[in-house]
Write a protein that binds this ligand. Structure first.
Ligand code: TMP
Length: 237
């Protein structure tokens, strides 16, 4: 399958048309941003890690009954996916307090929750992706009630599967962000990526951060963190 014209360029990926109107090719870049694009940089090799890791996660989730946009990995950076209309909701699941949760509620990072939490942000860069509840999402017609219920169900299932999977690699899945899309025939599928850009991963023993927080917070060792998490996921392949 070949790339045709570029349809879209996001902060971390480009999307191309293909000869099939229902399929696209996503191409992962090494570009990194944080704080709604305010901080910019490059993480060498990130595109390869995020592409290959996302595809492994999508395959695993499909097997466990979560429908995804994944079709075929073409190369280190390029993947064929189903063309979807992205539901403009960022779905965030948390198992442990960190990041904006810790800041918003004035608690320390690292508090293990009895039950995972879910929250939504309205995916809108101009507004800075504001937090939104499901009533607001319905009022804004971002999705239907049924779609939101399905998205919630899938998101918690993703958490169940990935939490166990990462634990087997000696990694705590602290929190993550998902995006869903609607295919041409109206089916809700998991889209976007599942990578160190969109998840927080802490080493079980040391609590060392193996994710993009190393870039966001200028902790150093950014490339090494991506390499380390990638080595762990590919070891079991
Ligand atoms: P937060 O604690 O900053 O709200 O982030 C929660 C999770 O969502 C974390 O794993 C990082 C991920 N995330 C994204 O993937 N994209 C974003 O734009 C933000 C703010 C967070």
């Amino acid at each position: 399958m070949e790339k045709k014209e570029q349809l879209y360029e996001g902060k971390a990926k480009k999307v191309y048309a293909t000869g099939d109107k229902n399929l696209c090719i996503v191409s992962y870049k090494d570009d990194a941003t944080a704080f709604n694009g305010l901080k910019k940089g490059t993480i060498v090799g990130k595109g390869v890690v995020n592409n290959r890791m996302t595809n492994m996660m999508m395959r695993l989730l499909e097997k466990k009954g979560v429908p995804t946009h994944f079709v075929e990995e073409l190369s280190d950076r390029d993947t064929v996916v189903k063309k979807v209309k992205i539901v403009p909701l960022e779905v965030i699941i948390r198992n442990v307090s960190a990041g904006s949760f810790a800041k918003r509620y004035g608690v320390e990072e690292g508090i293990v929750f009895d039950e995972p939490t879910i929250e939504f942000s309205y995916k809108n860069d101009e507004l800075g992706d504001p937090l939104i509840n499901t009533y607001h999402a319905l009022a804004l017609k971002l999705a239907t009630k049924e779609e939101i219920e399905l998205i919630k169900k899938y998101a918690f299932k993703v958490n169940e599967v990935l939490k166990e999977y990462f634990l087997s690699l000696g990694v705590k899945l602290i929190d993550f962000k998902l995006e869903f899309g609607k295919t041409h025939d109206g089916k809700i599928v998991l889209a976007d990526e599942i990578s160190p850009d969109t998840c927080r991963f802490w080493d079980v023993k040391t609590n060392e951060k193996l994710d993009k927080d190393r870039f966001r917070r200028d902790l150093g060792g950014v490339e090494d963190a991506y390499k380390e998490i990638f080595a762990r996921v590919t070891k079991g392949e």
